[in-house]
Design a protein around this ligand. Structure first.
Ligand SMILES: O=C(CO)COP(=O)(O)O
Length: 255
């Protein structure tokens, strides 16, 4: 899609996923750079910060940037050492949570069903959700990309009460942190298939309205071409969201 609200009317969304990176000093520096930059205000920006810094990030970032946690548990409170809840995320002023990221799935062994339960509880608690799907390299090479993504979509969709608060992030695992971006054609193919899956399994309206964003080695140098694809409604950016020129990615549909 070449404009910030294309023919389908989906607002372009650029998310930053800082993962386990940053410090108070680096956050203050980034916030200063971004605050001084010219940012396309048609684009929705969501910054996923480490939970510990959410409160600080909310204070530092421009008010138009929303904030996200990178994970949350499936209940509001209780004896779950080390976990955080959607209620806590909201309490510190963040509106979003990223769930089902491939690092949660593969390093921390989160299963489809748990991710579905987390999505359900986050939505019931009033958060907006960036729900991630994506295949491993061996799954792509075996020709199983769509089978894997469909299975992950099924586990998420069964728990969604309000699709207007869900964004799907397609992040092929082989493209994350590797410098190997999916080509615009590869991204478009999977995004179109996800939209078709939504049409068949949820509804035509949800399929048309839901934003499907791409993640995996997105940077200023490749974001413009990716953004031109019809079913690419934004990005979830890892490493490049820790740099001042992340604003070039936010502004990519103006390029
Ligand atoms: O995992 C990602 C975003 O959630 C992508 O990370 P990179 O942009 O560093 O490849």
């Amino acid at each position: 899609m070449s404009t910030t609200a294309g023919a389908a009317g989906r607002r372009f969304l650029v998310g930053g996923n800082w993962k386990m990176n940053g410090s108070k000093a680096s956050i203050a520096e980034l916030a200063k750079a971004w605050g001084a930059a010219k940012v396309d205000d048609n684009v929705e920006v969501v910054i996923g910060a480490p939970a510990l810094y959410l409160d600080y990030v909310r204070q530092q970032l421009p008010a138009s940037f929303a904030t996200a946690a990178q994970n949350s548990y499936k209940v509001a409170s209780g004896a779950f050492t080390g976990e955080i809840s959607p209620a806590m995320i909201k309490d510190v002023g963040a509106d979003w949570v990223i769930l089902g990221h491939s690092e949660r799935r593969h390093i921390f062994k989160e299963a489809d069903e748990l991710i579905g339960e987390k999505v359900q509880h986050a939505l019931e608690s009033g958060l907006k959700v960036i729900a991630c799907v994506g295949e491993l390299l061996e799954e792509r090479e075996a020709g199983d990309t769509q089978k894997v993504v469909d299975r992950q979509m099924h586990a998420i969709a069964g728990h969604v009460s309000d699709w207007s608060r869900v964004v799907i992030a397609y992040e092929p695992v082989w493209a994350i942190g590797t410098g190997k971006t999916a080509s615009p054609e590869q991204a478009q193919e999977v995004h179109a298939n996800i939209r078709a899956w939504l049409k068949t399994n949820v509804s035509e309206d949800v399929a048309a309205a839901t934003r499907i964003i791409y993640g995996g080695s997105v940077k200023p140098a490749n974001c413009v071409e990716l953004s031109k694809k019809e079913d690419v409604d934004g990005f979830l950016v890892g490493g490049a969201s820790l740099k001042p020129d992340f604003v070039d990615i936010i502004n990519c549909t103006r390029a």
